[in-house]
Design a protein around this ligand. Structure first.
Ligand code: FPP
Length: 240
């Protein structure tokens, strides 16, 4: 565990965030929902930078769920455009920032341009081992488990695996999050208290912190507060 500069509290190794409340933030200001997502993207940059100063090793963010396609075409296109701009910028600054990027989700439904950016970011950044950002894109926790089960079944059909071999650890290796430790802390801002199909398998022992602030307003002080709350919890992992 690394120590936070300001609070001197050890930061969790892996923090996951449901970036919720962009729409309400925009509505409160009489702005279109896409303006809320733009501000949400800025909040993400702020928090990703702050996580680095705290020594957080993995930051996983819910950027687009398998259910988010139900939104208007304009809103979906707006979010995709923000992600594309961000990845173009990340590719440009890759050497300077040395951030590893991973994408959790079924990328096959994304536009070929965005898919290419994701692939390029993942490939080019795999040489770094400092900080890792996992973007959940067209991601659903149930979908991830189904995807893993299909991949395992295909290996059984091909004779590479035996059904009896399947363990929790082996199934984990078929998930999008293979090789990434489970998050110790999951934060959901905006006042909603749901998991919404996020990291269903990986959150088995995570601490959940729900906060009232809307994501675009979320800043370093809010992250400090979530980490302080995490430290007040008594994690027993099913023991006594
Ligand atoms: C949930 O808030 C947010 C999303 C579905 C999109 C999240 C996307 C971003 C923060 C932008 C991504 C870009 C970068 C660069 C990371 P909501 O729209 O459901 O809010 P509401 O509940 O108030 O309507």
């Amino acid at each position: 565990m690394a120590f936070s500069e300001t609070e001197k509290l050890p930061a969790p190794e892996h923090i996951a965030i449901i970036m919720d409340g962009n729409g309400r933030w925009a509505k409160n200001r009489g702005l279109p929902r896409t303006a809320g997502h733009k501000a949400g993207g800025e909040a993400f940059r702020r928090i990703a930078n702050y996580c680095r100063t705290l020594g957080v090793k993995y930051l996983t963010v819910y950027a687009f769920s398998t259910e988010n396609w139900k939104r208007s075409q304009e809103e979906v296109a707006g979010i995709m455009k923000l992600l594309a701009r961000y990845l173009e910028e990340a590719l440009r600054d890759m050497e300077k920032n040395a951030v590893t990027f991973r994408f959790f989700g079924d990328l096959s439904r994304l536009s070929p341009e965005l898919r290419k950016l994701c692939r390029e970011a993942e490939e080019r950044s795999s040489q770094y081992h400092e900080v890792q950002v996992n973007f959940c894109l067209n991601y659903g926790g149930r979908d991830e488990i189904v995807h893993a089960a299909k991949a395992f079944a295909a290996d059984v059909v091909e004779g590479k695996r035996q059904p009896e071999e399947l363990t929790e650890e082996l199934l984990s290796s078929y998930l999008y999050s293979a090789d990434v430790p489970d998050p110790e802390l999951i934060i959901r801002p905006s006042g909603e208290k749901r998991i919404s199909n996020f990291l269903l398998w990986q959150s088995a022992y995570s601490e959940f912190v729900f906060m009232n602030v809307l994501w675009p307003d979320f800043g370093p002080a809010d992250l400090d507060e979530a980490i302080a709350e995490y430290h007040r919890r008594n994690r027993r992992f099913g023991g006594v």
